[in-house]
Write a protein that binds this ligand. Structure first.
Ligand SMILES: CC(C)(COP(=O)(O)OP(=O)(O)OC[C@H]1O[C@@H](n2cnc3c(N)ncnc32)[C@H](O[C@H]2O[C@H](COP(=O)(O)OP(=O)(O)OP(=O)(O)O)[C@@H](O)[C@H]2O)[C@@H]1O)[C@@H](O)C(=O)NCCC(=O)NCCS
Ligand SMILES: Nc1ncnc2[nH]cnc12
Length: 289
């Protein structure tokens, strides 16, 4: 009995940590093309308040996935369970936003990661980012029998048209751009004394510079993807968002995103995933500086 209560409490705490990561991501400012505290970026149907509302509505969904992860004995059953919770979460999101896709990618990526973190925690296994991401990747590779054969979503269509792996591929590979780009950039930036906002912006740019983001592909095609990847790499090569040259390059990147009407929504989700994994090992020490 006491055991059940403490599993629930830990799951609820993980749900709050996901919520915090989503709020930190959307509040991070200035982001190129994305919704932030200043603006809607390249979006007409999204804004900061709607993104925050959506994140709050989804908190119990992430806690339910964590609960499933903590209590699971069998990976295949767990995969079916979180697939169902994720689809229900998507329906809740659409009902709460009047049909706007605020967090589909986040439900997918952070859903897998929070499940994996809860499973690792319940087994007394490592909560290191690489261990949690690898566990999440293993879950993503299992067949979700409740999933429709085709979603018809823009990401899926872009994957087919441009021969990229998209959100599914990133998860099945164990989130290599979270562990290999976002987290290293976040930590390197903090280590050289950048403030937390700059460190998070540099983590986002490191992800944008390498990700085949289907949000960019579906709105702007390959030329938009390349323009954003190269623009993000230029900010980092100039020393990152904290330097004068980097800040100039970031403004130029934002102008490119707005002129093309594109937004790196997949990279934003992976930044939230980066911040979640960082928080798992760092505790709640980092505020929005
Ligand atoms: C397996 C799914 C991820 C279904 O994916 P599908 O291929 O069907 O396509 P999408 O709906 O496009 O979902 C993919 C979302 O993932 C984000 N993303 C894009 N590229 C990548 C990438 N390379 N790596 C990781 N993540 C990526 C992205 O999400 C963000 O963008 C959303 C806004 O996108 P969009 O609707 O295109 O919006 P706009 O461009 O603004 O549209 P318009 O205004 O122009 O109309 C936003 O939500 C961000 O989150 C992609 O959208 C999965 O969804 C699935 O199977 N779900 C059900 C089960 C489940 O959730 N399980 C979870 C636990 S197992
Ligand atoms: N900040 C943001 N702006 C637009 N789309 C997003 N998807 C996830 N985070 C986002």
């Amino acid at each position: 009995m006491t055991m059940t209560v403490s599993v629930r409490e830990r799951s609820a705490a993980l749900g709050r940590q996901v919520l915090q990561a989503l709020l930190d991501e959307v509040t991070l400012t200035p982001k190129p093309g994305l919704v932030d505290l200043r603006s809607r970026g390249a979006h007409t149907d999204l804004n900061w308040a709607l993104m925050c509302h959506s994140a709050c509505v989804l908190q119990p969904v992430f806690a339910a996935m964590a609960d499933a992860g903590a209590q699971s004995e069998d990976d295949d059953q767990l995969r079916q369970r979180i697939g169902a919770i994720g689809r229900n979460g998507e329906a809740l999101m659409l009902a709460a936003t009047g049909g706007v896709n605020t967090h589909r990618g986040a439900i997918w990526a952070l859903g897998l990661l929070v499940t994996a973190a809860a499973q690792q925690g319940a087994r007394g296994a490592s909560l290191a980012p690489t261990a949690v991401a690898a566990r999440a990747g293993a879950l993503a590779r299992l067949h979700d029998r409740g999933a429709p054969g085709a979603t018809g979503n823009k990401g899926e269509l872009a994957c087919r048209q441009y021969q990229v792996d998209g959100a599914r591929g990133q998860a099945r590979a164990g989130f290599p751009l979270v562990t290999g780009a976002g987290l290293p950039a976040l930590h390197a930036s903090r280590a050289r004394g950048d403030n937390e906002t700059t460190a998070r912006l540099n983590a986002l740019l490191a992800i944008v510079s390498q990700l085949d983001d289907t949000c960019l592909l579906s709105r702007g095609g390959e030329s938009a993807l390349l323009a954003l990847q190269e623009g993000a790499a230029r900010v980092l090569a100039a020393g990152g968002a904290a330097t004068a040259d980097g800040a100039k390059a970031l403004l130029a990147l934002e102008a490119v995103a707005l002129a093309r009407g594109v937004s790196p929504g997949g990279a934003a989700d992976l930044l939230a995933a980066t911040l979640f994994l960082d928080r798992l090992t760092q505790g709640e020490a980092h505020g929005n500086a």
